[in-house]
Write a protein that binds this ligand. Structure first.
Ligand SMILES: Nc1nc2c(ncn2[C@@H]2O[C@H](COP(=O)(O)OP(=O)(O)OP(=O)(O)O)[C@@H](O)[C@H]2O)c(=O)[nH]1
Length: 595
């Protein structure tokens, strides 16, 4: 395809403003998808994703329209996947900016506009949902003017009813610039997503920036200098459709027998071995996990099943890491690394759903840098593995710059929350009359606890959060140990700020008291720092055997009670003589309002 007939674009929107519905409607209108029974929202392929209503994996689809090839690249919608978003945007020349006609410009709309501007994309505003009785396109136009976008360029549409879809398609053809024509240059192809297929190996989603590629070519991945032979190239229409060649400006896939996604990373440049590009495309980063936690099977005999499941998941996800770990309390398991909390939850859910595993997952932690008095430097992401307090000279922890977009009326509450979480105020700016962006420097460990949930609840769901890693800084941190029935439960240890250790120790033992069931004996729960007990509560002994209640009663009731007990036990882990439920390992994460 000639480059002047190609348009590459993405759709950006605040959550629920209608991005997926609009994509569906464009596919239908152009006959890209004719099946009446088309599954709703084809672009969100994974079930899990559909249920949660978020886009995790970037996807692409080629639409034919009036002799043009329009490539729609879907972008993930969560801060954990910010790097994938940036690479998807780097593959485009234009963006449809979808705004709900009733809700107007929201915080995430702004964050998206900044991203699009950063990538120099042509922005086409689409005011969606004009069929709603509460739609107020005029107000949205005024908001657009406020934020420096020409309101006359906005297209009024209803993705639901299919109104003005043709105008949107025409605008893509007429306003989005054609890609640069570099077909004579050496191949430079940007990987913006990858997928693993058990038959074909890694499928690289690519945008050809310069040159061309076809079956039989020897390609080179520029970051690791690995070379492969191309088995197949093609486009997503939306199913995979083989092509003879992909050339400058086009979007599609390359399959070349790569067996491990870790060798084919998002953001890397593919070139040809024979005639390689001099320089890789800018912006490549090897994405590193930021959040770590232990994953243990509740039933120790499931260890091998868990290992195989993790290996399979990793085939598809280069940013997820794992290695074997043992815990005195939990036995054999794995230390896993994730991009963020959502990524962690998604992986946990997939393991439980697709592999039918019952798991105990320990509270997430960041990676700390420890400088010992001996001068030795360690990097540790498992609190249980911390050296003795006396051996430590300095502890450094990762800090982020957090950007919170929110309506002005919630600024007070949000600032208080940031301060409670060791946030250091940096900046506050008005986006428009009543919207504000707050900037704080904060420890990553505070963000990965309950911070986002609390921010949402304090702002009635209106705040959005983005964060970027800044680097490591020294902090006064200590390890908080938890003893259950006088034994340290290593999987419950956490790292806390020295000044907060008493409060947090107290709050934590109290929360644990609520979730650990009563036993036949009294169970003391203690918190300790450096061997010194700083808090204690007792779980009193159970008075009677539950079954005694049923003496003489009918047998079915007795059985029901036993089954109920069994059900309750499912997620329990026997630690010494005490049974600890899964919940306990996550209570570490919660915060008391007054803690
Ligand atoms: N009335 C009306 N509803 C719409 C329109 N477009 C989308 N919706 C509805 O708005 C809701 C959100 O639409 P989605 O397409 O899922 O929104 P999204 O932006 O993709 O949401 P996320 O994927 O969660 O970010 C759904 O219930 C749609 O049916 C429209 O033009 N009019």
């Amino acid at each position: 395809m000639q480059t002047d007939k190609i348009r590459n674009f993405c759709i950006i929107a605040h959550i629920d403003h209608g991005k997926s519905t609009l994509a569906d409607r464009m596919l239908e209108y152009t006959g890209t998808i004719t099946d009446r029974k088309m599954q709703e929202q084809v672009l969100d392929k994974m079930d899990l994703e559909r249920e949660r209503g978020i886009t995790i994996k970037a996807q692409a689809v080629t639409i034919e329209y009036q002799g043009y090839e329009l490539n729609l690249i879907d972008t993930p919608g969560h801060v954990d996947f910010a790097y994938e978003v940036s690479r998807s945007l780097a593959a485009c020349e234009g963006a449809l900016l979808v705004i709900d006609a009733a809700q107007g410009v929201e915080a995430q709309t702004m964050a998206n506009i900044y991203l699009a501007l950063e990538h120099d994309l042509e922005i086409i505003p689409v005011i969606n949902k004009i069929d709603l009785p509460s739609a107020n396109p005029q107000r949205v136009k005024e908001q657009l003017l406020d934020i420096g976008i020409d309101p006359d360029e906005a297209i009024l549409a209803s993705a639901k009813k299919g109104t003005n879809i043709d105008q949107i398609l025409d605008a893509i053809v007429n306003r989005v610039p054609a890609p640069y024509n570099g077909s004579k240059n050496p191949l430079k192809s940007l990987i913006f997503d990858t997928l693993y297929d058990s038959y074909q190996g890694v499928i690289a989603y690519v945008r050809i920036m310069e040159g061309s590629v076809k079956k039989g070519d020897k390609i080179l991945l520029m970051s690791n200098q690995k070379s492969y032979e191309v088995d197949e190239v093609g486009i997503f229409a939306p199913a995979m459709q083989k092509k003879d060649e992909l050339s400058s400006g086009e979007v599609g896939y390359i399959i070349s027998g790569i067996k491990d996604v870790r060798n084919c990373r998002v953001g890397d440049t593919i070139t040809l071995k024979k005639n390689p590009a001099e320089k890789a495309l800018p912006g490549y980063q090897k994405v590193q996990p930021m959040v770590f936690s232990g994953l243990y099977p509740t039933d120790n005999s499931d260890y091998e099943v868990l290992k195989e499941a993790l290996e399979k998941l990793q085939l598809n996800d280069a940013s997820f890491t794992f290695e074997p770990e043992t815990s005195e309390a939990l036995g054999f398991g794995f230390r896993c690394g994730f991009l963020g909390l959502l990524h962690m939850e998604v992986i946990q859910e997939r393991l439980e759903r697709e592999y039918d595993l019952d798991l105990v997952i320990t509270a997430p932690s960041v990676e700390y840098q420890i400088i010992k008095k001996s001068g030795e430097e360690l990097r540790i992401e498992n609190p249980a593995a911390f050296p003795e307090q006396g051996e430590i000279d300095k502890i450094k922890e990762p800090f982020v710059t957090a950007e919170i977009h929110l309506p002005e009326e919630y600024v007070g509450q949000a600032m208080e929350l940031c301060q409670d979480n060791r946030g250091d105020f940096k900046d506050m700016q008005y986006i428009d009359q009543d919207r504000v962006t707050l900037k704080y420097e904060m420890p990553l460990s505070e963000i990965i606890t309950d911070f986002f949930n609390q921010l949402k609840s304090k702002t009635r769901g209106y705040a959005t959060l983005d964060y970027e890693l800044e680097g490591y800084k020294e902090s006064k941190l200590v390890k908080l140990d938890i003893l259950v029935n006088k034994d340290v439960v290593d999987a419950l240890s956490t790292i806390v700020h020295d000044e907060h250790s008493y409060q947090e120790g107290n709050a934590l033992v109290r929360r644990l008291k609520d979730v650990i069931p009563r036993h036949m004996f009294k169970v003391p729960i203690q918190a300790a720092v450096g061997g010194k007990i700083i808090a204690r509560v007792n779980i009193p002994a159970m008075r009677k055997n539950v079954l005694q209640k049923c003496y003489g009663g009918d047998i079915s009731r007795k059985r029901k009670l036993l089954e109920k007990q069994k059900e309750g036990k499912k997620r329990m882990k026997q630690v010494g003589s005490v049974e600890i439920p899964q919940e306990a390992f996550m209570t570490v994460l919660e915060r008391d309002e007054n803690a």
